[in-house]
Unconditional design. Structure first.
Length: 294
């Protein structure tokens, strides 16, 4: 299939999968703690990935392992915990809109560390996106006083990790098989995730707690689709497109997330939606560059 068509198919699939992941995190935390959700995602995803893609690990060259290590931390391990912690206090739809900061961080770190050249309108877009995030946070704090919007910081940290991750893949791992990248990630983080899960007391109570068993089902779905399958698709999308195009999946993810949020009774104020629109405007300006005339 033509690459230009394939990248849009990948982008659509990721929007649907990742847009649904926020509500799955919320549902999972009805029976699990945030740390259990994060560590369980790491372990279950690792089982799925390594069962299907362990044979691809041999494709990773020794010089590439240090970059695999950093993508494992920035793109998988830390975000899985950070989103669970944040959504312990924030609605899934709000988390999805804050996640729209990923393309902004992608270009910021691309400029700072990876030699990416930007235009003035892209810098303007970054500033607009940050303003939108502030509007979203402060409007949410007033509309939902029972939620602790300081927890938005955890999502901010996660989006920084995603921004670094996509730049590293494009710069240093662009020719490596996408499954090999993800399998290498989980070779590194699955055991630490299992150790953390063990210390939460998960294995001591799972057989006796029905709520935990139901939550485990949600995490399994989230891990298979939102982590294992989606990460392979995303790594491939980064390779056949640009880092900023790949990260612009956050354009449409909030639409899916808000849809699920409304179904499950979440409420958003007009000002929160305005903040989300401002963020997306910033992302739009960052993504749409004008070519210089020759």
């Amino acid at each position: 299939m033509d690459v230009s068509k394939l990248k849009w198919i990948y982008l659509s699939l990721l929007s649907l999968i990742w847009g649904s992941s926020f509500i799955l995190i919320d549902l999972a935390m009805d029976g699990l703690t945030p740390i259990q959700v994060g560590s369980l995602r790491v372990v279950v995803t690792g089982i799925f990935i390594l069962s299907a893609g362990a044979n691809k690990i041999k494709l990773i060259e020794s010089k590439q392992w240090k970059w695999i290590f950093w993508t494992a931390l920035a793109g998988s391990l830390f975000p899985m915990f950070l989103f669970a912690i944040a959504q312990d206090q924030l609605d899934s739809s709000v988390a999805s809109m804050l996640n729209s900061l990923v393309p902004l961080h992608t270009i910021v770190f691309g400029v700072l560390f990876f030699g990416v050249v930007v235009q003035k309108r892209q810098i303007f877009g970054v500033l607009i996106g940050l303003i939108g995030a502030l509007v979203l946070v402060f409007a949410g704090a007033e509309f939902n006083p029972n939620q602790n919007y300081w927890y938005s910081i955890f999502i901010l940290l996660a989006t920084i990790g995603y921004g670094l991750n996509v730049n590293i893949i494009k710069r240093y791992l662009n020719d490596l098989n996408a499954i090999a990248i993800v399998a290498g990630n989980f070779v590194i983080i699955t055991i630490p995730g299992l150790i953390i899960l063990w210390y939460t007391g998960f294995f001591e109570t799972i057989l006796e707690n029905e709520a935990m068993q139901i939550a485990l089902g949600y995490v399994a779905i989230l891990s298979l689709f939102g982590s294992a399958i989606a990460k392979v698709i995303y790594s491939r999308l980064v390779q056949i497109s640009s880092p900023v195009f790949a990260s612009s999946v956050t354009y449409t993810m909030p639409v899916v997330a808000i849809f699920w949020g409304v179904i499950f009774g979440e409420k958003l104020s007009l000002y929160q939606l305005l903040g989300g629109v401002i963020i997306l405007l910033g992302v739009y300006l960052v993504n749409n560059t004008k070519k210089k005339k020759t």
